[in-house]
Design a binder for this molecule. Structure first.
Ligand code: MG
Length: 218
């Protein structure tokens, strides 16, 4: 039985196709280009490889390039305004509250960015906590310590908790701890990396998934 819902933010609570993630990715590549003093294409290639290995660009920079100025990074790569990218979703608020399960956000982004997104979607008051990447010393997902600290803080068990995320690697990490997972794969490109996980295309399909799985009564 699912007793608690943990939501990723970016590309999970809004569609990946809206372009915001692409903008953030571009800004990350710009940042790496400058920091490592490389041609942009080379920076892009290295960043892709590094973030696939570590889970995030930040963690790759910290582990392999002795990067430390996390605040500057976070401020630089997240645009100050998100409303021109993210489409409104007037049904989202009601959908989330009608699920009748306590819920929090677990994001690898910084709190100000998560708050901007939640405010734009008018759902900033429907979550108990925003666990941002700073909550666990900027390691975040998919580190086991991150999931454990969140579960301990909430006083819940992984077995009774559903993590909803667009990143297969983050879900795998949570599933390894015994947690339940749901992949949001709007582009439908997860393929083998979905590794047998249940999949929905957009967050709007969440109620149907939960009802069909018998997790929340219809
Ligand atoms: Mg995401």
């Amino acid at each position: 039985m699912i007793e608690y819902l943990l939501f990723d933010v970016d590309n999970t609570l809004y569609p990946a196709s809206c372009g915001l993630a692409k903008v953030i990715g571009e800004r990350m590549t710009d940042f790496v280009t400058e920091y490592l003093e490389l041609p942009r294409e080379e920076a892009h290639r290295l960043r892709k490889k590094g973030s696939a290995r570590y889970g995030t660009t930040l963690d790759w920079l910290r582990n392999e390039h002795a990067f430390e100025d996390i605040d500057t990074y976070m401020e630089t790569v997240h645009p100050p305004e998100v409303g021109s990218y993210i489409p409104e979703n007037p049904r989202l608020r009601e959908m989330l509250t009608e699920l009748d399960r306590p819920r929090s956000v677990l994001t690898n982004g910084p709190r100000p960015h998560a708050q901007r997104v939640l405010r734009h979607l008018e759902i900033d008051d429907v979550f108990e906590y925003i666990f941002d990447v700073g909550f666990t010393g900027y390691r975040g997902k998919p580190y086991a310590a991150t999931y454990r600290k969140v579960l301990d803080t909430l006083g819940i068990q992984a077995e009774n908790t559903l993590l909803i995320d667009d990143h297969p690697l983050y879900l795998t990490g949570f599933r390894d701890l015994g947690g339940q997972v749901l992949l949001v794969d709007e582009p439908g490109t997860a393929g083998e990396s979905a590794d047998g996980m249940p999949v929905i295309r957009t967050i709007d399909e969440l109620p149907d998934f939960l009802h069909e799985a018998g997790i929340v009564p219809a």
